[in-house]
Design a binder for this molecule. Structure first.
Ligand code: 4NP
Length: 153
């Protein structure tokens, strides 16, 4: 099994969408996809209703997901850790114990725009269009992740 973790701040807007999108692009008998937040505010919560709505619009159901906080054990439990923005990156890297841990962490939009360190903007305080934009960015990045993984495992 290859295991991929999507990480944002709250684990209710961006990373549950990324989880749902990537899951839809990979065969579940070979890949595990999960998500987590660096903060604990929304542990146990369903995704934001706007993330649920935009996922539904594109044929994905993410309403069963529940928020959880990123922990240091995630470095052992996952092969790839994709973060949504620079602050998520810093928060995850702070918990890394060694270079192997650090090497698992990548800004997700670097798959689309290598080495640019672009953020997936936090849509929480904005309107529905922000969620639509986030969906499109994540769909593009996840297509590349899935293509790479389906070739290389
Ligand atoms: P997310 O968005 O990191 O994409 O899940 C946020 C959700 C909640 C909060 C911040 C960002 N919050 O401050 O509660």
């Amino acid at each position: 099994m290859t295991k991929i973790l999507m990480v944002c701040l709250g684990n209710i807007c961006r990373s549950p969408l990324a989880e749902g999108i990537l899951k839809s692009k990979l065969p579940s008998d070979f890949f595990i996809v999960d998500s987590a937040g660096t903060a604990s505010y929304h542990v146990g919560s369903t995704p934001d209703k706007r993330s649920i709505a935009v996922a539904k619009k594109y044929g994905l159901d993410i309403s069963h997901l529940r928020g959880r906080q990123f922990t240091v054990d995630d470095f052992d439990n996952f092969d790839y850790i994709y973060v949504m923005d620079e602050s998520n990156y810093q928060n995850v890297i702070k918990l890394a114990r060694n270079e192997d841990d650090k090497n698992k962490v990548e800004m997700i939009l670097n798959l689309v725009y290598p080495n640019q360190n672009y953020d997936v903007p936090d849509p929480y305080y904005g309107g529905d269009q922000g969620f639509e934009n986030v969906y499109k960015m994540l769909d593009e990045a996840c297509s590349i992740i899935a293509e790479n993984l389906n070739q290389n495992g």
